[in-house]
Write a protein that binds this ligand. Structure first.
Ligand SMILES: Cc1cc2nc3c(=O)[nH]c(=O)nc-3n(C[C@H](O)[C@H](O)[C@H](O)COP(=O)(O)OP(=O)(O)OC[C@H]3O[C@@H](n4cnc5c(N)ncnc54)[C@H](O)[C@@H]3O)c2cc1C
Length: 431
């Protein structure tokens, strides 16, 4: 028997004929946004996840930053030459465990190749990133939850003897890309300076934004989808396969033949896509967070500590500090040493708390070129996908959902999706 829907996400109307529904597999922020846009456009939607929306994947614990300034995919020639400085061994935030090197080798080879195409790939990512705060704002207004988004920008601070030079370079680059940049307010800079010895330089990025609670955003989108006639069911999806011009979805309790399906199961998406001739070389790039329930925020916008590789976001009722880029297997136990190191770094920056948060780890779903995979599978089966949203899944969720709603409805997508087609990675390997 299928697990019941959580009460908050149930609706009372009778389910439409199973065959006419569009199954959305995965209720992270990407699936939740897609479910809303499809339901808004009048499609009968069945959203499936083994857990409540945005409670089991990366979407639960992210930094809440709508990072409209991050236009470039990460792989670059400069990074290839300097990445060693970012390793945890050298005090940075990137950890590639030795035991993972063999398994990661093909992904790292593709990453290296993508570094030489950063310039070509940037417009494809930038097209989705640039309008992200506007699209999220419009979406949250449409569903009656505008208060979940704060459009206050974010602050970034650099520390040490090169702080001024680094901030000046960032400001110059951001201005060249057309972003509004100003020096961080003297009052905030003064507070940060008082907490940390040495030189400090700060900037205010005016155009970014943040959400007050990433999980609440996903839950609000799912509730809106349900109000518009969609359904959410808590079920593990075991397999999907093409079936007579439709898509068969097998869960623990049922076998459905749906009109179409959208795969957006985060880092666990690849096995679902293989049956449809698609290869998604996703890796899990894990990040950690710590929360402070009783620590006052320094500002009403996120503060990026650029020299410490972390961001502190003011969220509803708490601060959340996130960091790390750990190439560990999805589902492996958290590395408590990283959590304790993050705690010590935050203490050094003046963030202390009477209550002790144990920390959280989650897997960013990342393709080696740091472009998402958004499109339709080849062949007759109506199988769509939205995967690989890397460090930017919250930012990209509503632009992706608008593109997916257009694709499924047969409209021209608002972005050029051709560079995001997963066929760029070739056919799946025979098993
Ligand atoms: C520490 C950290 C900080 C981050 N900060 C930011 C940020 O500030 N801004 C930003 O834009 N992005 C940020 N990100 C990235 C962002 O969180 C992710 O890109 C995004 O959450 C990915 O969303 P998703 O819906 O694709 O995947 P997920 O959130 O992982 O959701 C996938 C869902 O699929 C479900 N699922 C998988 N397999 C099955 C199955 N077989 N049956 C049923 N359900 C299944 C899972 O239960 C899960 O709910 C951050 C990530 C991390 C880890």
């Amino acid at each position: 028997m299928s697990a019941p829907s959580s009460p908050a996400f149930s609706n009372r109307s009778a389910p439409p004929k199973s065959d006419e529904r569009i199954a959305v597999i995965g209720a992270g922020i990407v699936g939740s946004a897609i479910a809303w846009c499809l339901a808004r456009d009048g499609h009968p939607v069945l959203l499936l996840d083994r857990a409540d929306p945005a409670s089991a994947g990366a979407s639960f614990g992210n930094a809440g930053h709508i990072a409209v300034e991050q236009l470039e995919p990460l792989p670059s020639i400069e990074l290839l030459l300097t990445f060693w400085r970012e390793l945890t061994l050298c005090g940075g935030c990137v950890h590639i465990p030795l035991h993972r090197l063999a398994a990661l080798a093909p992904w790292l080879a593709r990453f290296t190749a993508a570094a030489f195409h950063q310039q070509r790939n940037t417009p494809s990512l930038a097209a989705l990133v640039r309008p992200a705060a506007d699209i999220l704002e419009r979406t949250l207004r449409d569903i009656g939850r505008p208060e979940l988004l704060m459009r206050r920008g974010h602050y970034a601070f650099w520390f040490g003897s090169r702080a001024r030079e680094q901030a000046a370079r960032e400001a110059q680059e951001a201005r060249e890309r057309g972003f509004g940049i100003e020096p961080a307010p003297a009052e905030l800079t003064g507070v940060i300076k008082a907490r940390t010895p040495g030189a400090v330089a700060g900037l205010w990025f005016r155009d970014s934004a943040h959400v007050l609670d990433p999980q609440n955003v996903a839950a609000a989108l799912v509730q809106a989808a349900v109000r518009a006639g969609g359904q959410f069911q808590r079920e593990e999806v075991l397999e999907i396969f093409p079936e007579g011009g439709r898509v068969a979805v097998r869960t623990a309790g049922q076998l459905l033949k749906v009109r179409a399906a959208v795969v957006c199961a985060g880092v666990q998406s690849a096995p679902f896509l293989r049956r449809f001739g698609l290869r998604a070389p996703l890796t899990s790039e894990r990040g950690y967070h710590l929360e402070f329930a009783d620590t006052p925020a320094l500002s009403d916008a996120p503060v990026v500590y650029a020299s410490h590789d972390l961001i502190v976001t003011p969220m509803r009722g708490r601060l959340r500090a996130t960091s790390y880029l750990e190439f560990e297997r999805h589902g492996a136990p958290p590395d408590v040493r990283k959590i304790e190191r993050l705690r010590r770094t935050l203490e050094g920056l003046g963030y202390t708390s009477r209550t002790r948060h144990d920390g959280w780890v989650g897997s960013r779903p990342t393709l080696p070129d740091y472009l998402p995979g958004i499109g339709r599978a080849p062949g007759d089966a109506p199988l769509f996908y939205a995967v690989g949203h890397q460090h930017l899944g919250l930012t990209l969720s509503t632009p992706t959902a608008e593109a997916m709603a257009a694709l499924v409805s047969g409209r021209e997508p608002p972005f050029d999706l051709r560079p995001l087609d997963l066929r760029r990675f070739g056919a799946p390997r025979p098993r």
